[in-house]
Every structure is written in structure tokens, then in C-alpha cells.
Design a protein around this ligand. Structure first.
Ligand SMILES: C[S@@+](CC[C@H](N)C(=O)[O-])C[C@H]1O[C@@H](n2cnc3c(N)ncnc32)[C@H](O)[C@@H]1O
Length: 309
């Protein structure tokens, strides 16, 4: 069960609210409602009659968001589902096209800080890492059921880990691996370097979490539905925490900000693509020093936003 009273400080809160520019009567979709921090502000700023659809794959997070957002009554609809389903869910709830779509990616403090969820290499727990504990393979299934080459490829591609082959070989040698502590110690042994600032397990854990939850596929699918989900003038805001996610968001906004997306060198346009978005700002927004010091988890955050044309 969820730990009550857990605190998750919403990352880049003011900047996200500025990007989404909520207004009374507006309709918002928070695809990663988590513990409801961003959602609460969107509801407050869109009072008295703004509405919000909050999605999350994690039942524990939704239970906490439900309590936190209860004061907003029927202005809020919470559904346990992936943000890939944002468009059909918003249509069904009568909230599409909407004025704002928010994705605050990755795991929440609740998930990182609950040993039983298996996200953290600092806390010993079962090697799980699923956002939705009711579905799909766990990280232990991936680690114990994949061939060495596939594991090395996964840790390299999704963790950008230079020692991926050595780690994969050690995993295969030591299997079965069932706990976060066992995996963290193994990675430390084979890939740790003296004086390293971040834990050597960071990249391997990131790779497994992304794979287990199909995070990059889900993000791409959700972005593709954005032009249909937003009304003209509606805003998209995405907070990412690593370069793989940020690249996907950056490229999507770049592509949707151009009329023609034909490969370079064609004498005339054959794609017929028409731009759907206007980027808000040339560069991603990152947390200031005060936020980074207050909330170390915000350090790698980047916010990109765009407006539906
Ligand atoms: C960083 S937290 C969001 C925190 C939230 N903005 C707040 O202020 O409390 C990310 C959340 O996204 C959820 N999540 C991850 N992948 C998801 C997906 N494909 N669909 C829906 N929710 C997802 C996680 O379960 C987690 O609760």
C-alpha cells in the first residue's frame, strides 16, 4: 500500500504552470498525475470551473492523488491508464480537445523511496520497477530471462552505460538476481570507479526501468496524439529527466513546427505535412539553483513546451 504523508515536490512547478497558462474554465490532461502536485496547481489556477483528467499507471499514486485532489470534487477525473491513452480517455471524459497536456516523466519520490517497488539501488527490495504492478514483466524477469547480448544491448542503449558488456556478463554469471541490492552490488563490483560522483548502478537501473515500462515507446505514442488532443492555442508541456527522453520530445516539437518534413535533397515537397505546433522558447527550461539545492531530484529535469497552432 502507498505510504501516506509522502512528499513529492513537483519539479519546475512555476515554469510548468507558466507554460501551460491555465485559465478559468480550461480543460487539462495530466498524463502523469503522480501525487497530484502539478494537477493541484492546474486546478487552483483554472478555478472555479476548469476540469482536469489525471492518468497514472500506478494505483498507489492515484490513491494519494485522489485524496489530495478531493477538494476539487467533480472537476477532477482520475483514471488508471497509460498516458498513451490520453486522447481516447479525454474524448470519453468530454475533455478533448483540451487546453493543456502535461507529461512529467519518470518515477515519483513515492516510487523511488518505497523499497518494495524496486526502483532504487539505495534501498534493498524486490527487483520490480513496474509503474503498474498489475501488469507485465518485472526487472527481475528481464534480468534473469534475457540473453547476455540482449542485456548488454539494453544497458547500452537505454542506460548509455559504457561498461554494459561487462555488466551483462556478470549478471548472466550470477543469476538468478532477485533484489535491487544484489544488482547494485554486482554493478558496483564490475563497473565502479574510485571517486565516481554518481552511483555506478544509476545507468543500469535507468535502462531496466525504461525497458520494463516501455517508457520511450509510450512517450513517442503519447506525443503523436498531441496535435489531435489539443485545441488551437492549447499547450503541451513535457518534463524529462534524461537525454533519451529529451531527444524524443525535442525532435517531435521540431518536426511538428515545420511544414515539410521530406528528407533533405528532394526537389519538391512530397510529404504534404503541415505544422501543428509552435515551440515556446528556443531552449529547454531547467531548474534554478534554489530548486536544485532544495530538491536534488530536479537536477536533470528539462521542460519543453509548445503551443498548438
Ligand atoms: C514524476 S511522477 C509525476 C509527479 C506529478 N507531476 C506530481 O506533481 O506529483 C511520474 C508519474 O508518472 C507515472 N507514469 C510513468 N509512466 C506512465 C505512463 N506510461 N502512463 C501514465 N503514468 C505513467 C508514474 O507512475 C509516476 O507516478
Amino acid at each position: 500500500m502507498a505510504e501516506r504523508g509522502v512528499v513529492h515536490e513537483p519539479v519546475l512547478l512555476e515554469e510548468t504552470i507558466a507554460a501551460l497558462a491555465p485559465r478559468p474554465g480550461g480543460r487539462y490532461v495530466d498524463g502523469t498525475v503522480g501525487l497530484g502536485g502539478h494537477a493541484a496547481r492546474l486546478l487552483a489556477e483554472s478555478a472555479p470551473d476548469g476540469r482536469l483528467l489525471g492518468l497514472d499507471r500506478d494505483a498507489d499514486a492515484l490513491a494519494i492523488a485522489g485524496e489530495r485532489l478531493a477538494p476539487y470534487g467533480d472537476r477532477v477525473t482520475l483514471i488508471r491508464d497509460s498516458y498513451e491513452q490520453a486522447l481516447p480517455r479525454a474524448l470519453a471524459a468530454g475533455l478533448a480537445p483540451c487546453d493543456g497536456f502535461l507529461l512529467d516523466l519518470g518515477a515519483s519520490s513515492l516510487q523511488f523511496d518505497t523499497a518494495a517497488r524496486g526502483f532504487s539501488f539505495r534501498l534493498d527490495g524486490p527487483l520490480d520497477m513496474r509503474f503498474d504492478r498489475g501488469a507485465g514483466e518485472t526487472a527481475a524477469d528481464v534480468v534473469n530471462g534475457s540473453g547476455e547480448a540482449d542485456l548488454a544491448d539494453l544497458i547500452w542503449r537505454l542506460g548509455e552505460e559504457p561498461a554494459s558488456r561487462r555488466i551483462a556478463r556478470a549478471i548472466v554469471h550470477e543469476r538468478p538476481i532477485t533484489t535491487t541490492g544484489q544488482l547494485a552490488r554486482l554493478v558496483e563490483r564490475v563497473a565502479g570507479r574510485p571517486g565516481q560522483r554518481i552511483s555506478p548502478a544509476t545507468r543500469t537501473f535507468q535502462a531496466l526501468r525504461i525497458a520494463v515500462n516501455r517508457e520511450l515507446e509510450a512517450l513517442s505514442a503519447a506525443l503523436e496524439c498531441t496535435p489531435e488532443l489539443l485545441r488551437g492555442g492549447g499547450r503541451l508541456a513535457v518534463i524529462t529527466f534524461h537525454s533519451l527522453e529529451d531527444r524524443i520530445v525535442k525532435r517531435f516539437i521540431q518536426r511538428e513546427s515545420r511544414d515539410c518534413i521530406c528528407p533533405p535533397g528532394l526537389p519538391e515537397c512530397r510529404c504534404g505535412h503541415q505544422k501543428t505546433l509552435r515551440p515556446l522558447g528556443r531552449h529547454p527550461i531547467t531548474p534554478g539553483l534554489a530548486e536544485r539545492e532544495r530538491n536534488p531530484r530536479s537536477r536533470s529535469a528539462k521542460l519543453r513546451a509548445a503551443e498548438r497552432l
